[in-house]
Design a protein around this ligand. Structure first.
Ligand code: ADP
Ligand code: MG
Length: 256
């Protein structure tokens, strides 16, 4: 593995009133990799995800992003550094169109200065056009371009989640954290999501994915970390994880 480390957990432990949810997790996430975190219920996946996204501070250890200690930073500050999180935190604006939902997200990254508005109208207009064009690209990627002028409230559950993904991508993140993106999706919707994610993978976006759907994980992940009872059981590529006896014992065996 030669690509640089984007995100790193160093000695992360988390206890809740006597329950050791995570014990000494050391995990490097490499640039351009699709890194999945799996494990049985209670393994500590959600706890780790919350620590990575800043919803929770660990009892011990640190989270580093591009070498910077971000352990104490709240989610919005992590977002400014280029860490986008989908899906739970991105609320859609139901009364706005799909395109407007994307534009709201994209504009957060490109704030206008007052001077621009008064003295550089043409430049502002050009910037707006560019934003709209890129919003349309994201909508095409997630298969929602034709509905671009519909209100977000008209979308099915699966489509709304794809729009949420497009919004996270419009932030042009350096790292995308995905919390069970396939939860609640039907098989056809899950296939659609897998296709979109395959595109992201080809674009070498760095992604951390917590997911129960093993089919999706095995198809997409470059690397998989298996958690069990708060400990790292294994980190390896999908082919090796599939045949790892400890992993089969703890997780894969029982899920069949
Ligand atoms: N806020 C909390 N308070 C107390 N215990 C918690 C809390 N969050 C998680 N836990 C416990 O930590 C362990 C790991 O939980 P979790 O991270 O949700 O696992 P997973 O997402 O892999 O199912 C479980 O034993 C769970 O009951
Ligand atoms: Mg969970």
């Amino acid at each position: 593995m030669t690509s640089p480390i984007v995100l790193e957990c160093r000695g992360i432990s988390q206890s809740f009133a006597g329950i050791q949810a995570l014990s000494d997790i050391n995990l490097p996430i490499h640039q351009g990799q699709f890194h999945a975190i799996i494990g049985p219920n209670g393994a500590g996946k959600t706890t780790l995800f919350n620590i990575l996204s800043g919803l929770q501070s660990p009892t011990a250890g640190g989270v580093f992003f591009a070498g910077l200690d971000i352990t104490a930073l709240p989610p919005w500050q992590r977002a400014r550094l280029g860490i986008a999180r989908s899906f739970q935190n991105l609320r859609l604006f139901g009364a706005m169109t799909l395109r407007e939902n994307i534009l709201v997200a994209a504009q957060q990254q490109q704030p206008y200065r007052l001077g621009d508005v008064f003295f550089k109208r043409a430049a502002v207009r050009a910037a707006e056009e560019a934003l709209t064009e890129s919003a349309d690209l994201w909508l095409r990627l997630v298969g929602l371009y034709r509905q671009r002028d519909d209100q977000a409230m008209t979308l099915s559950y699966g489509a709304a989640r794809r729009l949420e993904l497009a919004r996270a991508l419009a932030l042009q993140p350096r790292l995308l954290l995905l919390d069970e993106p396939a939860a609640g999706l039907n098989p056809a919707e899950t296939d659609g999501l897998a296709e979109i994610m395959a595109h992201l993978r080809n674009d070498a976006l760095t992604v951390v994915l917590v997911e129960h759907d093993m089919g999706l994980v095995m198809k997409l992940a470059d690397r998989i970390t298996v958690l069990n009872l708060g400990k790292e059981l294994a980190t390896d590529d999908p082919a090796r994880i599939r045949v790892n006896p400890q992993v089969i014992d703890a997780y894969l065996g029982v899920s069949r």
